[in-house]
Design a protein around this ligand. Structure first.
Ligand code: DCP
Ligand code: MG
Length: 459
């Protein structure tokens, strides 16, 4: 982690008089007068280049908890549960990270590594509220904002120079607005592609801004560890290392066909970028342009209205499984789960809730749907129709990190196996709701953009 007092690698020591400057990093605690003037290489670049910001909140859950309990500031803090509980760490403060504590690690391991840490239970509603505040600031800077998870977003800032000035000036203003509106710190990566902006925001932490000047992408990427690249998890890392690839620049030794065969599209795109090409493809899709479905939902109308809680909840489970399956087929993760509830007299309510982390797991979708039902059902009232609806889709990369650890991965494997059985033996062949009273003929209700694999309604 590069703090303001640590010496920055020479790559980042930029003299703006030189045209070969690779990138520019600043930390908000530096004075604003070092914002460069208009004679930078960026301004001589083609106007067709994009300017993409990646904004990522610093130690997000921990920082939110600090707002509620300032005594936590500067201390080793672990969010996610108590030291003797069975769960995992959601977030660790930078102080706790010095003791190798990190997200997804068992709480008990964290307690061993950092005995003096303060353990705090998570408060998803607080994180969601802060995330909404951040989103509001972001949308006041660009109409093209895409939240990639609860604490990070891409902004397409192309063409906003008249309004916000050159990229660094805009980023500095955004940095300050986020701080003043939310009291939270963030880091911002700037470049002409999402991939590089994401990598650079991570390198700018904490509370920094890092701009990779167009034309200098290869120079920026080449010395980086391959694990710095989003989407490269342990398995890919091992495969790459087996080929002697440790740094991004090492990819340049391999030809495109080989990389495409072994690592698919992203390998190709990354190698292209490492060579300084505008490789396109992976991570270069346009920010805020939603080409896929906006939502996936399944509904069920009972043959006879019911107020039987067991039957209702097993129906919700079955609907959640169907939604989860569609999400997995489409490689999507949903952040918002909505319940639709229609009573006997046709009054209909919809209630939604956003998750702390996007999901494609049946059980997590079900937990949300059931909680919404329990909270909103007029006890004893006859139910005519139920629907489970997933939206606010996001990229898979974040989830891959989460999935690398334990429980979620096992769920994922079990669900993939269940999906294969359903492919062979039919939709209802495997269900956590089977044996309960929730069986019904399912149908896909609404799916405006037509997801891959979408079948015709079955009833
Ligand atoms: N999170 C989680 N479980 C994980 C990873 C993350 O619950 N396995 C939550 C807690 C984090 C938040 O998501 O605070 C954002 O994740 P980040 O990876 O951005 O991590 P932080 O914001 O905590 O730290 P950083 O400053 O490194 O971004
Ligand atoms: Mg973060």
């Amino acid at each position: 982690m590069w703090g303001p007092s640590t010496a920055l690698p020479s790559l980042l020591d930029v003299n703006f008089a030189q045209d070969d400057a690779a990138c520019y990093r600043r930390n908000s605690c530096f004075s604003a007068d070092i914002i460069p003037s208009d004679n930078l290489p960026w301004f001589r670049m083609s106007t067709s280049l994009k300017t993409i910001f990646h904004v990522d909140m610093d130690a997000f859950f921990v920082s939110v908890e600090e707002l509620f309990d300032p005594a936590l500031k500067g201390k080793a803090v672990v969010v996610g549960g108590q030291r003797d509980e069975r769960g995992v760490v959601s977030a660790a403060s930078y102080e706790a990270r010095k003791f190798a504590v990190h997200s997804a690690m068992p709480l008990r391991t964290a307690a061993k590594l950092c005995p003096h840490a303060i353990f705090v239970n998570g408060h998803p509603e607080r994180y969601h509220e802060c995330s909404e505040k951040v989103y509001r600031v972001l949308t006041s800077f660009s109409p093209l904002v895409e939240m990639a998870s609860i604490d990070e977003a891409y902004l397409d800032m192309t063409g906003t120079a008249r309004l916000h000035g050159p990229p660094l000036r805009a980023a500095h203003a955004l940095h300050q607005r986020i701080k003043s509106d939310t009291q939270l710190n963030c880091s911002i990566g700037i470049s002409s592609s999402r991939l590089i902006s994401k990598v650079s925001s991570a390198k700018a932490k904490p509370h920094g801004i890092l701009w990779v000047i167009p034309g200098q992408e290869a120079k920026f990427l080449a010395p980086l560890d391959i694990r710095d690249i989003p989407g490269v998890g342990k398995v890919t890392e091992q495969n790459l290392q087996a080929l002697g690839i440790h740094r991004v620049g090492d990819l340049a030794r391999f030809d495109d066909a080989f990389l495409a065969e072994h690592f698919g599209k992203w390998g190709l795109a990354l190698a292209g970028k490492a060579r300084g090409e505008d490789a396109g493809g992976w991570f270069d899709t346009e920010v805020g342009v939603d080409t896929d479905a906006k939502s996936i939902s399944h509904e069920h109308t009972y043959n006879e209205d019911t107020a039987d809680l067991e039957q209702i909840e097993s129906t919700l489970m079955r609907l959640s499984e169907m939604v989860g399956r569609r999400l997995r087929e489409s490689r999507l993760h949903a952040r918002t789960i909505q319940l639709k509830l229609r009573y006997k007299d046709f009054t209909t309510i919809t209630r939604a809730h956003s998750l702390a982390a996007a999901t494609q797991l049946d059980t997590e979708i079900f937990e949300e749907a059931r909680a919404l039902f329990r909270k909103n059902w007029r006890k004893g009232a006859q139910v005519r129709l139920l629907g489970v609806h997933a939206s606010s889709f996001q990229a898979e990369s974040k989830q891959e990190d989460l999935l690398e650890g334990g429980r979620r991965q096992r769920w994922q494997q079990a669900l993939s196996a269940a999906d294969r059985l359903r492919d062979r033996f039919g939709e209802s062949s495997v269900s956590l709701a089977s044996g309960l009273k929730g069986g019904f003929r399912e149908r896909i209700h609404e799916n405006p953009a037509g997801l891959p694999g979408k079948g015709k309604a079955q009833d």
